[in-house]
Write a new protein. Structure first.
Lengths: 132, 132
DNA sequence: CGGAATCCTTGTAGATACTG
DNA sequence: CAGTATCTACAAGGATTCCG
C-alpha cells in the first residue's frame, strides 16, 4: 500500500475484490455486528451502547462507530446540551444489513448443535489416537 | 484447546456467546468464506483451491480447511494414489451457509456504491478542513 | 501433491490516562 | 458524557522450508 497511513487503514481495494470479501471486511472485527444489533431498535446513546455490549472498551466502541459512520451505516447526532448527548442510529442500508445478518443467525441457531458435535468428534479423534 | 499451538487457534467460544457472534466467529478470518464459495460448485482439490483463491498462502489454506473440517462444514477425502489427491467438498450444512452468505453478497452489491460514496464524503470532510 | 513446522510482520484490540 | 491519545499484547496471517 503506497498510500499514506492516516490511521484508518485505507488500503486500495483489490481490483478483483469479490463482493463477498467486501461485505465481510465491513462486518469483520469483533464489534461491528454487535453494534448493529444494539442500535437496531432505534437511536441509542454512546454510553448505552457501551453498557449494552458488555465487554467492549471505550476505544473500540469509538473506532467501530467511526467506521460504521464512515460507511454510511450509522448516523451520529450531537445534541449540544450539557452534558453532551450523542445518539447513534442505523441508516436504512444498515437496517437491511441487519435483517440479512439475522438470516445468518438463524443458520447458526439451527446448526449450532451439529457444529458442536462435529468439533467434539474431530477433537476426540485427534487427541486420543492412542486410546484403546 | 489442549492441543499445541500451531499458529491459528480457535479459542473456546464464551459461554454467553450470542448466536450472532458464534456464526461470525466461524466465518471470520480472511479465507473461510472464499473457500466456501470456491468449493460450492462441487468437490475441489487442494491445489485447485490454492489457485482459485489467489492470494492465499499454503499455510492459511491448510489451516482454514482444517477448521472448516472440524466444524463439519467440509469433508476431506484422500485418494491413496500417487501423486496423492485430496478432495474437499462442502457438507449440506455448509451449502446452507453458502446460500445465506449469498444474501449478504446481494446486499453488498446493491449498496456498494452507496458505501463507497459515504466513505469518500466522510474522508473528504476530514482531510481538507483547512482547504481554502 | 498435500501438508506440517518454524519464524516474523502486522492488524486488532485491551488498559490506562487525559480532555472538551 | 463522549470522546482522544498512547502504549502494549496477542493472535492472524505471510514467507519459507522440510517431509510423506
Amino acid at each position: 500500500m503506497s498510500q499514506r497511513n492516516t490511521g484508518v487503514t485505507v488500503q486500495v481495494v483489490n481490483a478483483h475484490a469479490c463482493p463477498v470479501r467486501e461485505v465481510l471486511d465491513r462486518v469483520s472485527g469483533k464489534w461491528s455486528v454487535q453494534i448493529l444489533v444494539a442500535a437496531a431498535h432505534g437511536p441509542i446513546r454512546f454510553t448505552e451502547l457501551e453498557r449494552s455490549i458488555e465487554g467492549i472498551s471505550r476505544r473500540m466502541l469509538t473506532l467501530t462507530l467511526r467506521n460504521l459512520e464512515r460507511d454510511g451505516l450509522v448516523t451520529r447526532t450531537v445534541h449540544p446540551t450539557v452534558p453532551p448527548k450523542v445518539e447513534y442510529e442505523l441508516t436504512p442500508v444498515a437496517l437491511e444489513l441487519h435483517e440479512t445478518l439475522q438470516r445468518l443467525t438463524d443458520w447458526a441457531e439451527r446448526n449450532r448443535v451439529y457444529i458442536a458435535e462435529s468439533r467434539a468428534a474431530y477433537d476426540t479423534e485427534r487427541e486420543e489416537p492412542a486410546d484403546a
